[in-house]
Design a protein around this ligand. Sequence first.
Ligand code: M6R
Length: 617
Amino acid sequence: MCGIVGYVGSKQAEAVVVEGLRRLEYRGYDSAGIALVHDGELVWDKRAGKLANLDKALAEDALPASSTGIGHTRWATHGAPTDRNAHPHLGATGRVALVHNGIIENFAVLRDELVAQGHEMLSETDTEVAAHLVECALEDGTTLTEAMQAVCGRLAGAFTLVAVDGRDPDRVVAARRNSPLVVGIGDGENFIASDVAAFIEHTRDALELGQDQVVTITRDDVTVTDFEGRPAQAGSYRPYHVDWDLSAAEKGGFDWFMRKEIHEQPGAITDSMLGRHDAAGALQLDELRITEEELRNVDKIILVGCGTANYAGMVAKYAIEHWTRIPCEVELAHEFRYRDPILTRDTLVVAISQSGETADTLMAIRHAREQRSKVLAICNTNGSTIPRESDAVIYTHAGPEIGVASTKGFMTQLVACYLLGLYLAQVRGTKYGDEIAQVVRELEQMPLHVQRLLDAAEQVNQLARELFSARSVLFLGRHTGFPIALEGALKLKELAYIHAEGFAAGELKHGPIALVEDRLPVFCIVPPQGRDHLHDKMVSGIQEVRARGARTIVLAEEGDEEVTPYADDLIRLPRVPTLLQPMVAVVPLQLFACELATRMGNDVDQPRNLAKSVTVE
Ligand code: M6R
């Protein structure tokens, strides 16, 4: 939800800022803009549409040299994606330029106030109000830092703001409340960004800011205060070193980040398992900051997340309940607090979020903590807000996920959920050590299984080519296959923009089977054979849709010959336990969505209307 960059140093700010925006474009691509401080004033350009439009404009009409600047890539909230609404926004006299991520909830009141004072607003955005206010606050001789502090106190809602003052060439000031902001610490240069990817080619040393803080960067200094201007308390912001480098933020020869990220999954699983069990298979989650006694007292788990992360939670419920017998609920984060959930000190709320910045999930955990429940985050982004505000965290080690559609993020969320379930079983003694070790060994085999599926990607790609003109696709699954059916459908909606729905196969006959018509492609995820008749019931479901003319694309494990007569297309899955099958079943569905969208000519990494990190509620 909007990418923000700020720079002060000795390099050409335009190049640094635009390159930073390129790496943050996954956060929003409705418009892009840049403002630089040059010779005592501001110079700027901003264009609706993708960054390429700004690139073109700058190539035709270069901005003058400058070593201080800010930039923005937008996911529109207030006002259509036009040049006029693009950021940066300027104050009334053009002295201040400001970019913003989030929503200023009281902007209408502030805007009326400014208009009554004679200010002319040029855009429909909430952001422009902040630009005017900061500039007004500067007029009585304060610094940009003081002006920012004063204005933040008046704003309601969620915001990251970054501003420059045309008369102050060596300073960029930013502020954050409930919206991401990191500082990059360089040598004779400093950076501000929504995400470390923006400055990873310059420095891997970062500073994670706390809530309601204002940061001022100059070439050689970084100062953090609260909104009242008091120096920030030690510990309220945290320096850290980024453990991945520039190559992780580049496509590495693939056509899309998404395809690269699908192919990175074997390594991501390995990295997420690393150091989390001993040689005998006993779990050791050293980073978990909840005591064993507290975990023994847990009497209910609620898993919250959105989109794909919610589906990871659905898979986790099957595994955690099976291994620990602790009742688990799975809830969409944005629904959670509004239903007044029953939360006690013994409820463990597990918040799953790749970005760690999803506003809906953040608000859910705040609600849970207010009710004194313990919150454990499963997160891929060091320095992000959700782990910071949780009691405990299990970091997934997927590396940066840049494609808007989550793939390796999901895969490693599954790993973390399994590790959590096994750890709880170990601590509470609901599984024997050798049973836990057996699952750990099976998890360790997963990179090989996933790699085999990736090596066979051509079969799925060919299928995507054949189904190029499909206008609707269904996905069926049972048990852990059900969330994977939902995930397969979500991937297709996001990327191919076609009707796609996932169902629990048992639900078909209660209504959705009416959708089935001749040659409708239906993906069917078949559970491994031999447990609770689950497999046989799924096979019956496949027969039912096929009898009504569907083209069945069956994902079944190697050696399962029972399904063969009912499969128009058969994708073989490695043999794994039912609870772990999501890790293999999802891979062909990811590949299919990526390839189909590619064939359709869609932008796979930046699908329409979406943004990677949803930082507004
Ligand atoms: O960063 P998060 O995991 O909190 O994001 C949650 C969802 O917005 C995200 O999974 C979304 O559904 C993806 N675009 C799915 O591919």
